[in-house]
Design a protein around this ligand. Structure first.
Ligand code: NA7
Length: 552
């Protein structure tokens, strides 16, 4: 077996190893992938850039970081023992608890012995004669693996814009997605935060409680709904645990996106048009969802993301709510989004976000028409004014979905670069494999619905698909599977067909790659829904993987 490099070992060790499968990333998808492959008795090595497991919840340690999918659903379903023994403390778990859960899973299933931390996979080159991947790491290792699974996460490659003067700034700099492991205390400080997406919406109320003054630099306002977090109702937990199997079945089979938390979301998916009901009926539905909290507006009327008129009914409802939460109506108007349809950017879910602007020590600075000119040694210049700041927080998001994969130098058949294959737009059959890149799998990658459905559910489904595939092919030397170019073309066409007319195209969001300067504008996710996606994946497996070229 391989040499195990623990989290504490120096980074100078260089080993050359051979495995059946190499997995990149110790987030929830990577951990489960490792578990499945170990159960098959395969030799597997998981490489992780951080010093520990948890992926998103390892990196995003900013104050207020919290999942906005209900805890009982944002958890693994593969082990009923795990389901029964783990108890969430809140309706929506906070980052520390989610990190504890990831660590518990790694320990409970003995996964650490096959993991190597502080190691980033930097290259993967397909050796056609051996039909194996030659993998390079940030430690200089060269590894040979028959299969390679990239579980690198769709919100993991941090985006820190290259602001002029950024190196001249002498205060403290923080990035929400690279937050220090130690507590950060802003007491008595003048703090600036750049960005008003989910990460900022969660952290602003916390930072405002410490800072002497908080300046929020907003380019585009978000739509945010109250999260209505609370300690987890123990009666509710009992009911869920008594019936978890059926609960999970319904998540998989009965819901549009894998969410069925009926206790807290009394509103089941609404299959009507927002325009076919009376204004009173519509308002009642919206009020019920507002009171329930969180992301349940996604399961409201069926045409909210296809009809601008229907969408506007919800957008206006939420705008009015924002106006009602903010005392200064000039500030409220700056916080009201008007330039894109609601839900076409990821909806935020907050605790006291808008109310924070009622505090004396919080100022909203719109940088929509006057972008940040430069950082200075003391702070930053915007709108002809210098803001002196002790700390600046960059809540500027991610190079989403493709960012982490494109940082790896991947070369497939004939030396073709994956980044070249994805130039213009990423291409991957079922979001799982790209033509010309045999034995290379993506989890939560582009062209699947990772960004739009229950992330745990999709990860588990994809892991099980990949595990079955590797299991059926086996590890005999020379065995390879590759998506047929036709299958990939058809999938891309299908993706375009199901997304035609979607309002998602109208926003400059990370779903569209539009938040990163120079990134091609293309919808990165599959909009066909979870049930349809699974049917398509089953078709892909049918006929002995008929949509793939299998070589033995
Ligand atoms: P988001 O949602 O991408 O938000 C990033 C924010 O940073 C957003 O308000 C951006 O404004 C702003 N931003 C980015 N670049 C700049 C520059 N150059 N100048 C000023 N402002 C900028 O990332 P989050 O981390 O908050 O959330 C990501 C996901 O995590 C979220 O969708 C949930 O799924 C969980 P913009 O809107 O581009 O004008």
């Amino acid at each position: 077996m391989s040499t195990v490099l623990s989290e504490r070992q120096p980074s100078s060790a260089v080993v050359t190893q051979t495995y059946d499968v190499v997995v990149a990333g110790a987030g929830f998808a990577g951990l489960y992938m490792l578990h499945k492959l170990r159960q098959r008795g395969l030799s597997v090595r998981l490489y992780e850039a951080g010093t520990g497991v948890g992926g998103t919840w390892y990196w995003n340690r900013y104050p207020g970081a919290r999942v906005d999918v209900e805890s009982v659903e944002y958890s693994y379903s593969f082990s009923s023992e795990l389901e029964q023994e783990w108890s969430w403390s809140e309706r929506y778990a906070g980052q520390p608890e989610l990190l504890r859960y990831a660590n518990h899973v790694a320990d409970r299933f003995g996964l650490r012995e096959n993991m190597q931390f502080e190691t980033r996979i930097t290259s993967a080159t397909y050796d056609e004669s051996a039909r194996r991947w030659q993998i390079g790491t940030s430690r200089g290792e060269k590894i040979s693996a028959q299969y390679c699974v990239l579980a690198t996460g769709f919100l993991s490659a941090a985006n820190k814009p290259d602001f002029a003067g950024i190196d001249s700034y002498q205060g403290h700099q923080y990035q929400t997605s690279r937050w220090p492991h130690e507590d950060v205390d802003f007491t008595g400080q003048r703090v600036g935060i750049i960005g008003t997406g989910s990460s900022a919406v969660q952290s602003i109320p916390h930072v405002a409680q410490q800072a002497s003054h908080l300046f929020v630099f907003q380019r585009t306002p978000s739509f945010s709904i109250p999260l209505r977090n609370a300690p987890l109702d123990r009666e509710y937990e009992k009911r869920v645990k008594a019936d978890y199997k059926e609960w999970r079945r319904r998540q998989r089979e009965d819901s549009r996106a894998g969410f069925i938390a009926v206790n807290y979301q009394p509103a089941s998916p609404n299959n009507k048009s927002a325009l076919e009901v009376t204004p009173e009926e519509r308002l009642a539905d919206y009020e019920m969802r507002w009171a329930s909290g969180g992301l349940c507006f996604y399961s409201s009327y069926i045409d909210l993301l296809t009809s601008i008129e229907a969408n506007e009914t919800l957008a206006e409802f939420v705008r009015e709510k924002i106006r009602g939460r903010v005392k200064d109506q000039d500030v409220a108007e700056l916080l009201v989004p008007t330039t894109y349809p609601i839900l076409s950017k990821r909806l935020c879910a907050d605790t006291n976000y808008y109310e924070t602007y009622n505090r004396e020590n919080v100022s909203l600075v719109s940088i929509k028409d006057t972008p940040i000119e430069t950082l200075t040694p003391k702070g930053l210049w915007v709108g002809g004014k210098e803001y002196e700041l002790d700390s600046i927080i960059f809540a500027t998001g991610f190079d989403a979905v493709t960012g982490a994969i494109s940082k790896i130098d991947v070369r497939g058949l004939d030396g073709q670069e994956l980044n070249a294959h994805w130039q213009g737009a990423p291409r991957a059959y079922l979001g799982l494999m790209s033509a010309g890149f045999p034995n290379l799998f993506f989890l939560d990658g582009p062209c699947s619905n990772g960004a739009l459905v229950s992330p745990m559910l999709l990860s588990e489904y994809q892991v099980e698909w990949v595990d079955r595939c590797i299991g059926q092919l086996g590890t005999e030397a020379g065995t390879a599977i590759e998506a047929k170019p036709d299958a990939e073309d058809e999938w891309m066409e299908h993706m375009n067909t199901v997304s035609a007319g979607s309002l998602l195209h109208l926003a400059n969001s990370w779903y569209m790659g539009a938040n990163i300067p120079g990134k091609p504008r293309a919808l990165l996710a599959y909009l066909g829904g979870l049930i349809n996606y699974k049917q398509q994946c089953e078709q892909g497996e049918a006929g002995g993987y008929g949509k793939f070229v299998v070589t033995r």
